[in-house]
Ligand binder design. Sequence first.
Ligand code: AMP
Length: 214
Amino acid sequence: MDVVLFGPPGAGKGTQAKRLTDMLRIPQIATGDMMRSERASGSELGKRFDSFMSQGKLVPDAMVLELVEVRLRKDDAKNGAIFDGYPRTIPQAESLDGMLGKISRKIDRVVSMEVELDEQIQRITGRRTCLACGQVYHLIYNAPPANGRCGNCAGELVQRKDDTEEVVRKRHEEYLANTAPLLGYYGAKDLVVSVSGVGSLDDVTERIKKAIGV
Ligand code: AMP
């Protein structure tokens, strides 16, 4: 099964994608996470990603395509994937259709997670992410253990550089200009199911499971 988790920054895509991976035994393909780990490696490519990410701008489509092509070839993605934060433009969606088509697959469902802008900003600015395993916490809604380390692996928890209010507003503008039009692209293929992204983590997971029929 190939599913796109769609929605604005702070909709909860990453958190829910991680929960679904465990249940469905297919990997999360999160281009933002992949770019952050490339950046953390200190490579030249990582520095190029950072020049866009730190300003809340989208990374050019050609660079994203290369990342996803390599990732999709890995063995764990042979039965499907949960795409999180990708595709983010219509050309990315077209190239994903092409890549999946070559291996006789297609997007089965696009789950659009809906959350208001004020809520997105509140969620994002309180977000803390584990440097080691990527687990996501929120200082209020999903508080990390009292020792301030990751509950899974005791890794260090950090705030993402682009999770400040100023950059979040820029990311939201990018979302409206370039990413939201994908709802029309996938809507024309009758693939979109909208779910509210507001509520407990379990409630939202249940809505997504219903939307994808598992
Ligand atoms: P995310 O972790 O999905 O919130 O992405 C963080 C940042 O990484 C975005 O604001 C973009 O700068 C960049 N990024 C992640 N995924 C993509 C993508 N599919 N296309 C373009 N830029 C991306």
